[in-house]
Design a protein around this ligand. Structure first.
Ligand code: SF4
Ligand code: SF4
Length: 139
């Protein structure tokens, strides 16, 4: 049994569309990004990891108090001796710490935090303030 001419025409038209799309896909820019083989294209407003300007930080711990994810820790040894530690794997990227810091020390960037099998290894000492005088160290 032979196929009617109209069915053949439809098949040919569908094949033409398919081939056209294949050629277009081959010569056009990829729709997907290169990540993780290249840098990700991240929009300006993306809420990513935080950074702290150590010079501005006073060790007030407002950011620690307001962080809903326990992603910040202040280890104080004296009046002007403290460390501010960040745990990116716990961070919810909510931006609350930036809003809470009255000294403008925290900035939320658009940098992503990569996945890892060892989340605690991502922890980072954002501020490591050492004593300038013996009285400071005494607290
Ligand atoms: S980053 Fe800001 S809110 Fe956090 S301890 Fe430093 S000064 Fe205080
Ligand atoms: S962005 Fe949110 S979750 Fe992350 S450290 Fe700041 S307050 Fe905590």
């Amino acid at each position: 049994m032979t196929r009617p001419a109209s069915a053949l025409r439809e098949s040919f038209a569908a094949l033409t569309v398919l081939l056209t799309q294949m050629v277009r896909a081959l010569v056009s820019r990829p729709e997907t990004v290169d990540f993780p083989f290249g840098p990700p294209e991240i929009s300006h407003g993306y809420r990513g990891r935080i950074t702290v300007d150590p010079e501005k930080c006073r060790g007030c711990s407002l950011c620690v108090r307001d962080c809903p994810a326990l992603a910040l820790e202040l280890q104080r040894e004296g009046k002007n001796v403290f460390k501010l530690i960040y745990y990116p794997a716990r961070c919810a990227f909510c931006g609350q710490c930036e809003a809470s810091c009255t000294f403008g020390a925290i900035t939320q960037t658009n940098e992503i935090v990569h996945g890892t099998s060892d989340p605690e290894a991502l922890q980072e000492v954002l501020v490591d303030r050492r004593s300038a005088s013996p009285e400071d160290a005494e607290g």
